[in-house]
Design a protein around this ligand. Structure first.
Ligand code: ZN
Ligand code: ZN
Length: 257
């Protein structure tokens, strides 16, 4: 069984704990180091218990606390190939593995999906322990068939639901930033995520974790209700057939499995 605990989620920093009975992996480490440690302590973990840190891409909200972490602990770091030099220069990493295709950490087999994002390289990851599949995809601006195929085998997905289109369009962001977020290489809107869910909810899906919500241009209620409409359309009962969780920027303390 794979357990997933979002610790922090949003533009101020992202970090997700993926666990089996034998393996503990952090996906991104983009929130403050001190708070990350206190969440891990709450979960009964120390730095040494983390077998690896896997990085999605080089934006600060995904790697911000990596230098502090690697300064104090020589944890193995897995990074997309095109950003491994960048990561190396900015951290105290002595053990960095370039991700270029499928790989294994402990009892987790891991596959990748290339996101549409304005980074040098941005990857989504799918974790399998041979029984369950869990995928995490954020920081992507396009829903394509390949993404649907990547998510279809999963019982649990952590998927971006970044902004509500109307809130973003009418919100305070400057024009160029709005265009960046709305572009094919920006972030998934609630509406795009709904379009995606529409194509996968009839499959194996049991848990949907909506993630990387914009504090300015979204609300938990709107993100939840947009996803809920998809379940209702398919005659699926939320909380019984499929659960929808909305990850918080600061405090989650909820493990999904
Ligand atoms: Zn990003
Ligand atoms: Zn991000």
């Amino acid at each position: 069984m794979i357990k997933i605990t979002p610790l922090f989620s949003g533009s101020k920093g992202n970090c997700t704990l993926i666990q089996t009975d034998k393996t503990n992996v952090l996906l991104d480490i983009g929130f403050a180091f001190k708070q990350t440690m206190s969440e891990l302590t709450y979960l009964g973990l120390t730095q040494k218990d983390i077998d690896a840190i896997i990085i999605t891409h080089e934006h600060t909200d995904h790697i911000g606390a990596l230098p502090m972490w690697t300064k104090g602990c020589p944890t193995a770091v897995y990074s997309p190939k095109n950003i491994s030099d960048y990561i190396c220069q900015r951290t105290y990493c002595s053990d960095i593995t370039e991700v270029d295709g499928d790989f294994v950490i402990g009892d987790l087999a891991i596959q990748t999906y290339t996101c549409f994002h304005d980074a040098q390289e941005c990857l989504g990851y799918r974790f399998s322990d041979g029984h369950t599949n869990v995928a995490c995809v954020t920081d992507t601006g396009t829903v394509e068939d390949k993404l649907i195929e990547f998510l279809l085998p999963c019982q649990t997905i952590l998927i971006e639901s970044n902004h509500d289109l109307n809130m973003l369009k009418n919100g305070p962001y400057r024009y160029s930033l709005k265009q960046r977020i709305l572009s094919d290489y920006g972030h998934l809107s609630n509406e795009q995520t709904a379009e995606l869910l529409d194509k996968i909810v009839d499959g194996k899906l049991k848990n949907i974790i909506l993630a990387h919500l914009s504090e300015q241009n979204n609300s938990k209620e709107i993100a939840f209700s947009t996803a809920l409409k998809v379940l209702n359309k398919h005659g699926i009962t939320e909380g019984k057939d499929v659960n929808i969780y909305v990850a918080d920027q600061y405090k989650n303390r909820r493990t999904v499995c």
